[in-house]
Design a protein around this ligand. Structure first.
Ligand code: ATP
Ligand code: MG
Length: 328
């Protein structure tokens, strides 16, 4: 089987963007691939986190993966901090990376710009991509499934693998990003020119997987659109409606073009009502499973088992890397 690794940062609650962009695909891929899924809590701390909240978000996201349909018998699911090789290889790779290439990362530019105090940008935020390169290279995956927003980071991981191999001898497998079908990017409901993010400061702009139906209806009803009142797919000029069309199309397994056809001559209100009901219908069983998993108390055992399996793979790789660098 081909191997795949993917992570999600517990910097907030899982969003519909995360679900449609990545999680949903993993559920389909888990039988076909040897899959590693980690909750990237070491990435989360690149921005300020409340420790109690971080722990809770980490466990909630892990439970949501399972609730969405990941089977822990097939998939190795673990907390990143439980596998110390991530931190260690992250450091080793930092020494092989230039400030210039890290400065060019658009996620760094976006996130550092949003900080209230721009004169004190955490160094961890800057170094985020080298830790992510470590996350990937430790497991020698064939593919790394990511949304478009993470493609640049996977490319850095490729560069670092090649650079390291050239300098110290063959050590890392060069990973390929696997962009999800149609390069899905769900946008913010209040500012549809930027992507929906779980760390967003405006909860009204983000749909969370655990949102209750009444909340979902409210958020969709107040999603920013335009004054034309024509359901037409045009991301450039009509980003708000187009985003809702993308969501609806993904949930219904159809295309925005088809939806445009279906909604010809109808108004935004009717369309929004329908989008909201469709989201509610998709999320309901996931929310039910989530409650079930929480009640069962099995999550801790599953995560411990996952960490054990991940450590076996990662430890070997970091030891080999250390040796190559003369650190044995
Ligand atoms: P943060 O605000 O902390 O960056 P995030 O919502 O961007 O949170 P990540 O943990 O950075 O989530 O990413 C998890 C996965 O979800 C990545 O593979 C990323 O490409 C994907 N993803 C994140 N946001 C979206 C989105 N709006 N549409 C599609 N995919 C997304
Ligand atoms: Mg992100």
């Amino acid at each position: 089987k081909k191997r795949m690794i993917t992570g999600i940062t517990p910097s907030g609650k899982m969003t519909l963007g995360n679900y449609l962009g990545v999680v949903k695909n993993l559920i389909d891929w888990q039988d076909e691939y040897d899959l590693f899924v980690f909750i990237a809590n070491l990435h989360a701390i690149t921005l300020p986190q409340n420790p109690k909240q971080l722990k809770q978000n980490t466990e909630e996201i892990a439970a949501l993966y399972l609730a969405a349909g990941l089977n822990p018998e097939n998939v190795v699911i673990f907390k990143q901090s439980e596998v110390p090789a991530h931190s260690e290889l992250g450091w080793l790779l930092n020494t092989q990376t230039s400030m210039g290439e890290l400065s060019r990362m658009t996620q760094f530019k976006d996130k550092s710009q949003k900080l209230a105090n721009k004169s004190s940008i955490p160094a961890g935020l800057f170094n985020y991509p080298t830790l992510m390169a470590a996350d990937i290279l430790l497991y020698e995956p064939d593919f790394v499934p990511v949304g478009v927003d993470q493609k640049q980071h996977v490319e850095l991981a490729r560069d670092l693998a090649l650079r390291f191999n050239n300098k110290y001898g063959e050590n890392f497998k060069v990973p390929e990003p696997l962009l999800t079908k149609n390069k899905i990017k769900i946008m913010d409901l209040q500012d549809p020119t930027k992507k929906m993010s779980k760390s967003s400061l405006n909860p009204k702009a983000v749909l969370y997987i655990l949102d209750e139906p009444a909340i979902i209806r409210k958020k969709i009803a107040s999603a920013l659109t335009d004054s034309e009142n024509v359901v037409r797919y045009d991301p450039e000029n009509k980003p708000g409606v187009s985003n809702l069309m993308t969501i609806y199309a993904l949930l219904k397994n159809t295309t925005p073009e088809n939806i445009e056809h279906l909604w010809e001559g109808k108004n935004y209100k009717d369309f929004k009502d329908d989008v909201a009901e469709e989201i509610i219908a998709i999320l309901e069983p996931i929310q039910k499973n989530y409650q079930e998993i929480k009640r069962s108390g099995k999550l801790e055992t599953i995560l411990n088992e996952g960490a054990l399996r991940a450590n076996r793979v990662a430890q070997k790789k970091v030891t080999k890397t250390r040796k190559k660098m003369g650190l044995n």
